[in-house]
Design a protein around this ligand. Structure first.
Ligand SMILES: [Zn+2]
Length: 357
């Protein structure tokens, strides 16, 4: 679809200039993490790193997992720094200082290390406890873990990176609550995240399940978008809630977790084989990206349709997605391969075109 029907050739070119190097960086990032993980799985270097760990099997498992992830992350650091800090500053998006960026990386590494380490201990523990039917135990355990993570993420994980407050504009809060009632998914509060501590980009999302469900707006978006556009953004998020999309995503994640256990089965997991497990899981994830991205785009199109039906305001829909595309410099004309693997959302061009026949 020709993006210049809706955006100027300059806008299309500028968005491309921002994104193309990032795609190459992403490919390099995948190559680095796969390569380093493979080295730790098959080489003497991995043996030596494993020999540096000690103690009972569970301590060794946890420690080795954290060490492997730390080595991979350190190898990825230069690219991550260029991509997430240098370039974001050069293009005027980042509002972060170097200290804040480093703190984010450390938090990410600690959370990733603790969660992955705990999952590995659980996996290897189930093999020790139930030598013949551990895959069944591990699949069930993985599904429970995914469900638990989605449930507690808004309460325990998201606040590690952002602070959340209820909307302080009572008129707007009433307006959005009324919208939610009309959508058939009443909400107590729309929360505002202090995204501006990192970026000038705009966004909104839904997270949590059951009692932890919430709609979150970036404060960056709130400061700039007109009310009818905010209605569109919130209506889209309400569409996700109405359609149970977080739950659908959770079920997909459970299916992936079950798949991860099944591919681990023939590998006969031991603590030394942790890098091998991570390598195989990484490749599996890569291979499944076209399916998960297509699944996600489908849910996004559904939420867009819902927003249009709820607001009956195609003009505001177009304005909202134009503003978001400009604010985030969204790629209006991505390469086919990138679109297939990475695009969890349709392009702004596709979204506006679908809304305005
Ligand atoms: Zn969405």
């Amino acid at each position: 679809m020709d993006p210049t029907v809706l955006f100027s050739p300059d806008e299309v070119a500028r968005a491309s200039a921002y994104h193309r190097p990032l795609y190459f960086a992403l490919a390099a990032d995948i190559a680095v993490s796969t390569g380093v993980t493979a080295v730790l799985a098959f080489s003497r270097l991995g043996d030596r790193l494993f020999a540096a760990t000690g103690g009972p099997w569970w301590a060794r498992t946890f420690l080795f997992t954290v060490l492997v992830l730390a080595v991979v992350d350190v190898a990825r650091l230069p690219l991550a720094f260029w991509r997430g800090f240098v370039r974001e500053h050069r293009w005027g998006f980042s509002t972060q200082r170097i200290g804040g960026w480093i703190l984010d990386q450390v938090k990410g590494l600690v959370i990733g290390g603790v969660l992955t380490g705990a999952a590995m201990v659980a996996l290897l523990g189930s093999i020790r406890l139930f030598p013949s039917w551990w895959p069944l135990v591990a699949v069930l355990g993985a599904c429970v873990l995914v469900l638990l993570l989605v449930f507690v993420a808004p309460l325990l994980l998201e606040p590690i990176f952002n602070q959340f407050r209820p909307l302080d504009d009572p008129d707007l809060a009433d307006r959005l609550r009324a919208l939610a009632r009309r959508a058939g998914v009443p909400i107590r509060d729309v929360l505002v995240a202090d995204a501006s501590r990192r970026t000038r980009k705009h966004n909104a999302y839904v997270s949590g399940i059951g009692r932890t469900r919430r709609v979150v707006l970036f404060d960056t978006l709130l400061g700039e978008a007109a009310r009818p556009e905010l209605d569109i953004v919130v209506a889209h998020e309400l569409g996700h809630r109405r359609h149970g999309d977080v739950l659908k995503g959770t079920l997909l994640a459970m299916l992936s977790a079950a798949g991860a256990v099944l591919v681990a089965w023939p590998l006969d997991p031991t603590p030394r084989r942790i890098p091998l497990l991570l390598l195989v899981w990484g490749l599996l994830e890569l291979a499944s990206l076209p399916f998960t991205a297509a699944f996600s785009r489908r849910l996004e199109r559904g939420a867009d349709r819902f927003a249009l039906e709820l607001t009956r305001d195609p003009d505001a829909f177009e304005a909202a997605f134009r503003r978001m595309a400009r604010a985030n410099l969204a790629d209006l004309d991505p390469p086919r391969l990138v679109y297939t693997f990475m695009f969890t959302h349709p392009t702004p061009v596709e979204r506006i075109a679908a809304a305005t026949p």
